[in-house]
Design a protein around this ligand. Structure first.
Ligand code: HEM
Length: 310
């Protein structure tokens, strides 16, 4: 009896571990996501402890956690298209962990801001209400909290089909996160532009999947080119509307060979790498499908039910 109880507790524990699937087996995707989730935090902690955070370690940590919150949000959004393009149905198991990691870094980011303001909560509230970029960040954090709190198995069951509807909020939340990053980026908007471009790339995959074109071998490079062009347009619009820097010169820099790749080029290259991956994974299938069902890589497209969150 005691032995059985121990077994049950062990089995339950193994299912609760962040790197195991529902059956309690280690999932390679979840393990990779877990390692990716904790590494930036450990690295930041080590940097701060060893004095590598510069003269203002809290400011350094605010920037670092904000950046990682957004990267993990983008990684969360990348799961569904990559699962389809790479034909990796089990990749979905990593999605919830990545989304919760984005939430965790956002909450730490907000917490560090409070620390930076010497725990003067009245001041923090006033700043959030008065400064547009903080208001936007706050709304994004609240949105992420709502998604995080409704990500438990019980909440998913209770919400039923409303769960999918509610969790579509992740798109506007990510857009707000990108905008917040842009607004405080000051002179160097290259990282914010890169994140905005990747966000557009991921949205284009969704639009292509929902359209009659689908995610085909022929369509993926076109999506990559469109995302690269959109990234240039976003960068141009930002410089034209929000800075005094001549936007046409920034646009022209995209067509020159410089020391560092421009965000638009990086987005295009990442899109092309994904297209190459898709081409490789779809080899042997028709590049010009005859029926709509063929276009969508039906084999890897498990139903979008809430239970696939991992
Ligand atoms: C109440 C919520 C939030 C507050 C108070 C807040 C505050 C801040 C502050 C003070 C900065 C640095 C500004 C500076 O001094 O230069 C910053 C940067 C940033 N935040 Fe937030 N933020 C919030 C939510 C978020 C969320 C939800 C995300 C992403 C999902 C995010 C992503 C970023 C990014 C990417 C940066 C830029 C980092 C860099 O370029 O170095 N923030 N935030």
């Amino acid at each position: 009896m005691r032995y059985r109880k121990t077994m049950t507790a062990t089995a339950l524990l193994s299912r609760l571990l962040p790197w195991t699937d529902r059956a309690g087996r280690v999932s390679g995707w979840k393990l990779a996501a877990f390692i990716a989730a904790v590494l930036p935090g450990l690295w930041l902690g080590w940097l701060i402890a060893s004095g590598g955070g510069g003269p203002k370690p809290v400011t350094f940590a605010i920037h670092d956690t904000g950046t990682w919150a957004l990267w993990f949000l983008i990684a969360t959004l990348a799961i569904t298209p990559l699962r389809r393009i790479g034909n990796w149905p089990k990749l979905i198991l990593a999605r919830r962990l990545l989304g919760l990691t984005a939430l965790a870094y956002s909450v730490i980011h907000l917490g560090l801001y409070v620390v930076d303001q010497h725990f003067d909560l009245g001041f923090v509230v006033r700043e959030i209400a008065l400064r547009a970029y903080l208001t936007i960040g706050f709304v994004a954090t609240l949105g992420l909290l709502a998604l995080g709190l409704t990500s438990t198995d019980g909440a998913i069951r209770r919400l039923g089909s409303n769960w999918n509807r509610l969790h579509k909020l992740v798109y506007p939340i990510a857009a707000l996160g990108v905008l917040h990053g842009f607004m405080q980026a000051k002179s160097d908007v290259a990282p914010a532009t890169l994140m905005a471009g990747l966000f557009v790339l991921l949205m284009l995959y969704r639009a292509a999947h929902a359209s009659r074109f689908g995610l085909t071998r022929a369509g993926l490079p076109i999506v990559a080119a469109m995302a690269g062009a959109a990234t240039m347009a976003i960068e141009y619009a930002w410089y034209a509307l929000a800075t005094g820097i001549p936007a046409h010169l920034v646009l022209a820099a995209n067509f020159e060979i410089g020391d560092e790749p421009r965000p638009a080029m990086l987005v295009g290259l990442i899109g092309l790498a994904i297209a190459a991956l898709g081409g490789w994974r779809m080899r042997g299938t028709s590049a010009r499908p005859r029926r709509r069902g063929d276009v969508r890589l039906a084999a890897c497209d498990t139903p979008r039910t809430a239970t696939t969150t991992g």
